[in-house]
Design a protein around this ligand. Structure first.
Ligand code: COA
Ligand code: AMP
Length: 630
């Protein structure tokens, strides 16, 4: 069957298509049907089935005789550690950790926050939760205590699993003090924290609340897999929205299993036993779907890489890992490839390694620029597939179904819609647009299995954020077009979300933090072009009348404030004091115009601008910090 046959079948008869895909999953009780229409444009998949994610990701492979196969290869160039964990070992480790959680009273439906670096225990923590039906919520290590506190209050975890520290180039990230600070800040208090003491740092445990990761497992019976309903949340993953409050994307258990399993062969073209590597972090959706669940559900070997594309120790690290562990399919963000290219433009490091096992490179998380794609394709001699998806969907909306039928690559396009995604381009009034016309990218409901059914404890926000703009459609928040051949092109976000080094950040959240500075009367944060990270945040601040401290002092404080409140991941390095911000007559800040000026791009004077003269002032101010030059 061709891609087109499969795609058409998925839209013509989703019930048959997804029930067939569900055959690849081991159910405790098979679902009676695939789609459950809950009314008011709300849907669930496989809701009345009974299933366990950990069983499907671990136990079933042991039962099927794959116990000795490597499940996880941990490769940490930053600490020098390497470890291989077979499926049977993983089963023992996860059952033991799940037993410790159960012994602490964690049970089906309880939330558990995981705040950990890229170590195998992070995956074991996720799987241990899944084993007993607890709902995990992983928080990326680059977020500050305040962001962790917001998530603690929103999902109200009974337990937190954390490591004593993370290791970034040149510094140890002290996770435990961040965790303690977050718990102190939060209104909700977890009952217990299990702390993995790493060699690099031993954290102080708080008696009565903190337990040592290993000690907590001693003398405790291992836990068995608990079957959960198909619509039981497997996890909550917070992602940036327009405001400071992150959105808790809910991932339903059964749809997640069925969809991810389908993607491993059809998109990533790996067979059980093959080594698959996604160089991301467990804190992001890519880490959930393609470091932890996808490869393990499908019986692949996954790599947990604790390092950076460059500097750990050099720009050949990726190629070394691919060669050493015989990686078949490799997935990373374009930024990572740009970082390697910047350091080693001639690709000399690559020559040191035998990459003959590699079949393709997959890029996602941000726009893949043609230069990066071409450079990587030349260097590696394998196809480079861009693919587009979001935290909300959990898997590819548009990609190249290489394992089914490799479609011709058109550079600049992540290729075509995947099964179940009826992707359309709509105008402002919600009418479908013609091929080649730019509009809002929307997906006709229902979304396929594995995608978000709602936001955690925020159904109204879910509807407002995704369903209300175009009734009957899911609004992706991206703008783009579809060409005559059905290839999709992603051009820009339609909201205030920016993408920095493949990390999704909210300019609104940063503005809320800057506005809390006592000397800041008004501010705007915009995403300006960055040759390495795609975009980087820039803050413009207007000072409160009467403040006459040196501007450099205030901007340094602004940079520190964002690092302290949101975290280093915001990569907020520049702020600029301006007299006033460009606005429309109704008072809306013209952020897009500021970006165009900063990036030195042509722009049309906004018809609604209050005072056009201000744009020259902004340009001059931007030039003082190196922008708007040309
Ligand atoms: N814990 C604590 N801090 C972290 C962190 C973590 N897990 N991850 C990143 N940070 C910190 C970094 O140390 C850096 O701090 P600094 O300002 O003190 O230097 C800051 O957050 C910004 O990090 P980043 O944006 O990653 O920039 P960088 O300069 O350290 O590295 C790249 C640049 C390109 C090498 C890096 O961004 C990269 O590997 N990108 C790929 C992104 C990716 O895989 N995205 C996942 C989506 S698929
Ligand atoms: P996240 O939820 O962090 O995965 O971010 C999702 C957003 O990143 C999307 O809505 C897009 O704006 C952007 N994005 C992800 N993948 C791509 C891609 N392949 N091309 C262009 N933009 C992308």
């Amino acid at each position: 069957m061709t891609y087109q046959d499969i795609y058409n079948a998925s839209l013509a008869d989703p019930e048959a298509f997804w029930m067939q895909a569900a055959e690849a999953i081991d159910w405790n009780k098979k679902p009676s049907k695939a789609l459950f229409d809950r009314g008011d444009h709300m849907y669930e998949w496989f809701a009345d089935g009974l299933v366990n994610s950990c069983y499907n990701a671990v136990d079933r492979h042991v039962i099927a005789g794959r116990g000795e196969q490597a499940a996880i290869i941990y490769d940490s160039p930053i600490t020098g550690a390497k470890q291989t964990i077979s499926y049977v070992e993983l089963q023992t480790r996860v059952a033991s950790l799940a037993g410790a959680l159960a012994a602490q009273g964690v049970t089906k439906g309880d939330r558990v926050i995981i705040y950990m670096p890229m170590v195998p225990e992070a995956l074991e923590a996720m799987l241990a939760c899944a084993r007993i039906g607890a709902i995990h919520s992983v928080v990326f290590g680059g977020f500050a205590a305040n962001e962790l506190a917001v998530r603690i209050d929103d999902c109200q975890p009974r337990a937190i699993l954390a490591a004593s520290c993370g290791v970034e180039p040149g510094r140890v990230v002290h996770y435990k003090p961040l965790l303690d600070g977050a718990i102190e800040m939060a209104d909700h208090k977890p009952e217990v924290c299990l702390i993995l003491q790493r060699e690099q740092e031993t954290a102080k445990l708080i008696p009565g609340r903190d337990l040592d990761w290993h000690a907590a497992q001693e003398g405790v019976p291992p836990a068995d897999c608990v079957a959960v309903e198909g619509n039981h949340p497997a996890y909550i993953l917070y992602t940036s929205g327009t405001t400071g409050a992150p959105k808790g994307v809910v991932r339903p258990t059964a749809g997640h299993l069925v969809a991810l399993n389908w993607t491993m062969k059809n998109i990533y073209n790996v067979d059980p036993g093959d080594v698959f590597w996604a160089a991301s972090d467990v804190g992001w959706v890519v880490g959930h779907s393609y470091i932890c669940y996808g490869p393990l559900i499908h019986g692949n070997t996954t790599i947990v890489f604790e390092g950076k594309p460059v500097g750990t120790p050099d720009a050949g690290t990726f190629w070394r890992v691919i060669s050493e562990h015989n990686v078949r399919s490799f997935f990373t963000a374009p930024t990572a490839i740009r970082a390697v290219k910047r350091e080693d433009p001639k690709g000399l490091e690559r020559q040191k390694y035998d990459l003959s096992g590699l079949r393709a490179l997959y890029l996602a998380g941000e726009r893949a620029d043609p230069d990066t794609i071409e450079w990587a394709a030349d260097l590696l001699g394998v196809p480079v597939y861009d693919h587009w998806w979001q935290t909300e969907t959990g898997w590819t909306i548009a990609g190249n179904p290489a394992g089914l039928e490799a479609l011709p690559v058109k550079i600049g396009s992540p290729t075509v819609a995947m099964p179940g995604y009826d992707v359309q381009i709509l105008d402002e009034a919600g009418h479908p647009m013609k091929p080649g016309e730019l509009g809002a990218i929307a997906v006709k409901l229902p979304l396929p299995p594995g995608t978000l059914p709602t936001l955690w404890n925020a159904t109204d926000r879910f509807k407002k954020s995704y369903l209300n703009a175009f009734p009957g459609y899911y609004e992706t928040g991206d703008a783009g077009m579809i060409d005559e051949d059905g290839y999709l092109y992603i051009m820009a976000r339609t909201d205030d979300v920016i993408n920095v080094a493949g990390h999704r950040l909210s300019t609104g959240a940063m503005e809320e933090v800057l506005a809390s500075h006592p000397d800041v009367a008004e501010c705007a944060v915009v995403g300006v072009s960055d040759t390495l990270k795609g975009q980087s945040p820039l803050g413009l601040v207007c000072l409160t009348t009467g403040v006459n401290r040196p501007h450099a002092e205030i901007t340094t404080e602004c940079v520190k404030l964002i690092r302290d409140k949101i975290g280093p991941v915001a990569a907020f390095k520049s702020a600029l004091v301006v007299d006033r911000l460009p606005k429309t007559r109704s008072g809306k800040i013209l952020r897009a115009t500021v970006v165009k000026i900063a990036d030195n791009q042509e722009f049309k004077m906004p018809a609604t601008i209050d005072d056009p003269a201000i744009l020259d002032e902004i340009k001059e101010a931007l030039q003082t910090i190196g922008y708007a030059k040309g």
